[in-house]
Design a protein. Structure first.
Length: 307
């Protein structure tokens, strides 16, 4: 709760410091009387503290606010926009995490097992190469090559999960564009932790018992080495929910990042605070889930909490 309040109040403070009249941006052709009515209905005639208090009261009672438009155009509830955008962003984040972990974990394990060898050096070179590629560049490249030149995948738009085939075709490019950099980060983190874990005494004991290297890597070493990876993955989910803005715009996903960008561009301050609050809530919930998973991965943490 404190995180949500701090983040949203900081957002409200920043929007209040922006120059210009937001009503002029929202309704550029309205009369002065219509602008005053819009200013009052959007709480823009109040000071920042009162405006934030009114928004917070409405938000925590289920009213996310209103997305205002020009005169003669009915305003749209922010909940409608959030209801369309949030599932798209969450699905995209889920796919990105699945693809990233599915590729990064085997690479990280191989790099740790072959530490100092050719495979480790080649993988390290590829990791740093991928890290140097900005997400928007990767998005533009995969869209140009796979979508435009080869024409094997659609380049823009979103299809719901009710049509699985079309849905997967539309999410491959944005997922690939983001996962490229994430794979590099995750594999490098896992490699560093596993190299340290493989030097532990219990690994030496497992080797002395004649346990195969495959079982030692995947059963004994991977589990205690994945805590840092789990932490970063949890933090990354929260960052991705609000950070997919450029990718969503490039591929026309219409997710929460796109809504945040549009709210900033159109000076929809109340809608922006609601979207930011949703991102903060997802961030808090994901990190709460990560704390629970710690106990499942490391018995020492579970024992300490029970004690």
């Amino acid at each position: 709760m404190i995180v949500i309040l701090v983040v949203t109040f900081f957002t409200s403070l920043l929007t209040a410091l922006l120059p210009g009249d937001p009503v002029t941006t929202i309704a550029p052709f309205a009369t002065e009387q219509q602008r005053e009515e819009l200013r009052k209905s959007a709480h823009l005639d109040e000071n920042i503290v009162v405006r934030y208090k009114d928004w917070a009261t409405d938000f925590f009672t289920g009213n996310l606010g209103t997305y205002y438009a020009g005169p003669g155009i009915a305003p749209e509830p922010v909940s409608n926009r959030a209801g369309r955008a949030l599932p798209r962003t969450l699905l995209l984040v889920l796919y990105i995490e699945i693809v990233t972990l599915a590729v990064a974990v085997p690479i990280g394990v191989l790099m740790a097992y072959r530490a100092g060898g050719f495979a480790d050096r080649a993988s390290t070179f590829m990791v740093f190469l991928l890290l140097a590629i900005p997400t928007f560049v990767a998005a533009a490249v995969v869209k140009l090559v796979l979508g435009v030149q080869w024409g094997v995948l659609p380049t823009t738009g979103w299809v719901g999960i009710s049509n699985p085939s079309e849905h997967l075709q539309h999410v491959i490019l944005p997922v690939l564009a983001v996962a490229i950099g994430q794979i590099a980060v995750y594999s490098r983190l896992l490699r560093s932790d596993m190299v340290a874990t493989l030097q532990e005494d219990f690994i030496l004991m497992a080797k002395s018992k004649g346990i195969s290297n495959r079982r030692i890597l995947w059963t004994h070493a991977l589990r205690p080495s994945s805590l840092t990876l789990l932490t970063v993955a949890g933090l990354n989910v929260g960052a991705l929910v609000g950070g997919l803005l450029i990718v969503e715009i490039i591929f026309g996903v219409g997710g929460l990042g796109s809504q945040i960008f549009e709210a900033i561009q159109q000076r929809q301050y109340l809608a922006l605070q609601s979207f930011v609050a949703i991102v903060a809530i997802v961030y808090v919930l994901v990190n709460f889930l990560v704390d629970i998973l710690y106990s499942a991965l490391d018995p020492r943490i579970r024992s300490a909490r029970l004690g």
